[in-house]
Design a protein around this ligand. Structure first.
Ligand SMILES: [Zn+2]
Length: 90
C-alpha cells in the first residue's frame, strides 16, 4: 500500500506512514535544538545594539518598545532560519 500523502510504500498493518510520521514536520528534536540555538544567537545579537540604544536614548519615548522589539524579532528570525536549515536536510 502506498501513502496517499508522500507516495512512499507503507508496511502492511502500519497505523501510519513511517515516512510521514518519522521524518515529517513533527518529532524533529534536532531541528528544534538548532532553532533554539539560533534564537539565542539572534537574541544576543539584538541585545547589543539595544544596550547602546538604551544608554544613549533611554529617556526617549518609544525606545523601550524598540528595545523589546529588536531582540524579539531577531530571536524569532534566528529560530526560524536555524530550524528550517536543519529541518530541510531531512
Ligand atoms: Zn507518507
Amino acid at each position: 500500500m502506498l501513502c496517499n500523502q508522500c507516495g512512499q510504500a507503507v508496511p502492511e498493518g502500519a497505523a501510519a506512514c513511517p515516512n510521514c510520521t518519522g521524518n515529517g514536520r513533527e518529532g524533529r528534536p534536532d531541528a528544534m535544538r538548532a532553532g533554539l540555538a539560533g534564537g539565542l544567537k539572534g537574541l544576543f545579537l539584538g541585545l547589543l545594539p539595544v544596550i547602546v540604544l538604551l544608554m544613549e536614548y533611554g529617556g526617549e519615548p518609544g525606545v523601550k518598545l524598540l528595545a523589546f522589539a529588536v531582540p524579539a524579532v531577531l530571536a524569532a528570525t534566528g529560530f526560524v532560519l536555524a530550524y528550517l536549515k536543519v529541518g530541510r536536510k531531512g
